[in-house]
Design a protein around this ligand. Structure first.
Ligand code: SF4
Ligand code: SF4
Length: 340
């Protein structure tokens, strides 16, 4: 579970290898509590706080004992195997305080979409657990006891957060208690008033993965006939950014080779984003396809990235690519260097 490597022993006084999540992070999954939910790197696992968690009492002193164990081992150069090559792992002076400021609510209990790439379809053992629990009592308890502090990031993702019975109450509670940086990954099929308020107050950020520029391709990817509704939700969220915070709403495009990997579809998506008043262009690559093909990326994928980047510049939008596409471009640059 831990791997020793001298390169992880800091030469600088009072510093060691850690990350914001080991130090002050907590993730509520449907069936476990973890330190983080990052899995796109070589280690590809999240350090655990507790398995089989389905809403039991959390003993906070025990939770921080576990976090302090991770800290102690990392100080000795013994890194959690799940953290190997994680881009968040870095050498720094950490404050060592027992509090949480990075929260991820990844509940996976409800969804109104059926994306062909959905993680849950490939992991039925994790998602067939029927029991669910409410997060709100934990959030209140943490905040009232001074365990949860504003200043970090509060994210919702995994399933469709806006369908959670407690979503509106949770976001409203966080806003009323002066939290900010509330990030929501949503299908966009359901509009949320609380999320709209968070965007309006420049304290919320929403990413809607549309993955298409037409209802035909949308239905191939999402397997539900909701393209128009999603576009309308995005337009309404974008209206909240009229005066400030114009980068707070984005419509992501996950390239799925064989389904939506055409210039025409990307162009339609970009034009729909412009019409909705969006200022951010976010591109990603489907995870399973990427894992199977990362050493043999066909040339047209690079062309799509370059096209989206060029058009994003012409449309004056902020161009972002996620970790997988960053790796695709890094690998290509490495190959070019080797050939020169
Ligand atoms: S280093 Fe990466 S994998 Fe490890 S806890 Fe931090 S974010 Fe998670
Ligand atoms: S919106 Fe998310 S949880 Fe729902 S089907 Fe798509 S990928 Fe899965």
């Amino acid at each position: 579970m831990f791997i020793y490597n001298e390169k992880y022993i800091s030469k600088k006084e009072n510093q060691y290898y850690s990350c914001e999540w080991i130090e002050h992070g907590l993730v509520f999954f449907k069936y476990k509590l973890a330190v983080c939910c990052n899995c796109g790197h070589a280690g590809s696992a999240q350090p655990l706080i507790r398995n089989n968690f389905i809403g039991q009492t959390i003993h906070w002193h025990r939770l921080f004992q576990i976090k302090n164990m991770y800290r102690r081992l990392h100080k000795k150069g013994k890194i959690h195997t799940g953290c190997v090559n994680c881009p968040y792992l870095r050498e720094a002076e950490w404050d060592g305080g027992n509090y949480i400021e990075h929260l991820y609510i990844s509940h996976w209990t409800h969804c109104n979409s059926k994306c062909i790439y959905c993680y849950s379809a490939g992991h039925p053992e994790e998602f067939s657990i029927n029991k669910t629990y409410n997060i709100m009592p934990y959030i209140k308890e943490m905040f009232e006891r001074g365990i949860l502090k504003p200043g970090g990031q509060i994210s919702f993702g995994g399933g469709e957060p806006t369908l959670l019975n407690e979503f509106e109450e949770l976001v409203t509670y966080l806003l009323d208690n002066y939290f900010w940086n509330i990030r929501v990954h949503s299908s966009g099929i359901k509009y949320s008033k609380a999320l709209a308020r968070a965007i309006n107050e420049i304290r919320g950020y929403v990413v809607v993965s549309v993955d298409s520029g037409s209802s035909e391709v949308y239905e191939k990817v999402k397997q539900v006939p909701k393209y128009k509704e999603v576009r309308e939700t995005i337009r309404k969220y974008a209206l909240e950014t009229r005066f400030l915070g114009k980068y707070l709403v984005s419509a992501k495009y996950i390239i799925i080779p064989g389904i939506n990997d055409s210039i025409e579809e990307i162009e339609n998506w970009l034009q729909a984003n412009e019409k909705a008043g969006l200022y951010t262009t976010v591109l990603d690559l489907e995870e399973n396809w990427y894992k199977a093909n990362r050493n043999n990326i066909p040339p047209h994928i690079y062309k799509l990235i370059e096209y989206a980047k060029k058009r994003s510049k012409q449309l004056h939008t902020n161009f972002e690519i996620y970790e997988r596409l960053q790796n695709v471009l890094k690998d290509r640059n490495k190959k070019k260097k080797l050939l020169n």
